[in-house]
Design a protein around this ligand. Sequence first.
Ligand code: 3PY
Ligand code: MG
Length: 253
Amino acid sequence: MQLRDALGQGGMLITAWSSSPSVEMAGGFARCPFDAVTIDMQHGAHSEDTAFASARAIATAGKPAILRIPVGRNDLASRSLDMGFEAVIAPMINSVADAQAFARAMKYPPVGERSWGPTKALQIHTDHTPESYFRAANTQTLALAMIETRSAFADLDGILATDGIDGIFVGPSDLSISWSNGAAVDPNNEELQDVIAEIGRRARGAGKFAAIFAINPADVPRFAKMGYRLAALNTDPGILHAGAAVMLDKARG
Ligand code: 3PY
Ligand code: MG
């Protein structure tokens, strides 16, 4: 397991974002110079089968695998750690109670209530014995709580202070919807940038990691300056379209 140590070294890590249910493509992303690959089971089309097989393909390529669970699926949070994922992103963590429930699923006692059974994880993380995995898991696997509503922002300090929550992950699109009371989805909204900066500042102050979804690659250095340590770079369809546009422009002169 390597993600926590890489995050601790400073600098900005960039994860690919896999929404198409293709193990081949997730493994392909892991062989690109991304720092990690995230499998999206909230809005992406991955099933448990493709997600779990992707975890193995990503680890085989030497990269950390991250999973975004659907809203409230804390059972899947524990299970994905058992399948070898190093971090879980939980969407719509809107209160301290949401954060506590997520943390309980992610951490072994005494911090949480994760149940023992990392059979597949041990096949992937072959540097670990069951004992060493047990000792390492609570610190080496990461619980990232998504901050993407006004109520999450209102409870931010409590969410950050929750034992077992390692960091936050900002969802700028949902945050823009909530911030405008449903008037618009506008993640580039000026006012929102101050809120995003404030979330990064408070996460850093609480000694927790800050991560964010970046639609536009040019935003990543700006987020890094705000203290964010991990950015997801668009999605697989977005990268396909952007790459095709660049190549077709060149091909057509
Ligand atoms: C958001 O921007 O709301 C996200 O959840 C990014 O995936
Ligand atoms: Mg969202």
